[in-house]
Ligand binder design. Sequence first.
Ligand code: BTN
Length: 244
Amino acid sequence: LGQNLHYFEEVESTQTIAHRLAREGAPSGNVVLADHQQAGKGRLGRSWFSPKGTGLWMSLLIRPHIPLTSVPQLTLLTSVAVLRAVKQLVSIPLHIKWPNDVLCGQKKVAGILTELDAEADRVGYVIIGIGINVNQQEEEFPTELRTKATSLRIEAQKALSRKELAIAILQEWEKLYGLYEQSGFGPVKTLWEAHTCSLGQHIVARTPHGQVEGIARGITDEGVLLLEDGQGTMHKIYSADIET
Ligand code: BTN
């Protein structure tokens, strides 16, 4: 991972560049990093605030030999890698909100966006976008984000090296992916469960097919969230906006 590292001062989105590299045949493990994104992309079609010089904006190109239904596992694996890497550098309390937001308290420090190219049931490639608020000061966040987002610097009360953090993430990711290739999703799932704040919580999930409300009971072996509604029916949530 990261033997081919593409660094840009300014891009629209590192995701777009990584997709282009993938279509041009770049091998698994290519990494795209940018200092500034003009049009950073978030989950569910949102935009991602990506100011210059303070965040870690990075996309990984992976060509995994897994079925389409296993792709959510990679997103969960990445959230664990991000959390562990951050913990190497600062000791602040962090947890994961399903599927892959990394929070400090109620505020988001990192988000992950997984996009894929697939044909029938075969995964061509996966682009895993990682966005981390590293060195922003509170006043640098737009007002509407201040109650929802924070940075590592605000929480740890010291600035961090984005380079060290990027290296730690790539190392943690490789370690976890090695474990995943060798032993399957089980051990990664256990780690994810140990770091999440979502399980046992009452949540409202807004999915593309409507709203489901209930208690988050667990994740499946595929990495899908199991939500039990008031009638005791278990729903599988593949993709949603979660409110607690
Ligand atoms: C989310 O909505 O939580 C996901 C945010 C993902 C942001 C990262 S920043 C690097 C990569 N490039 C993008 O345009 N988005 C992802």
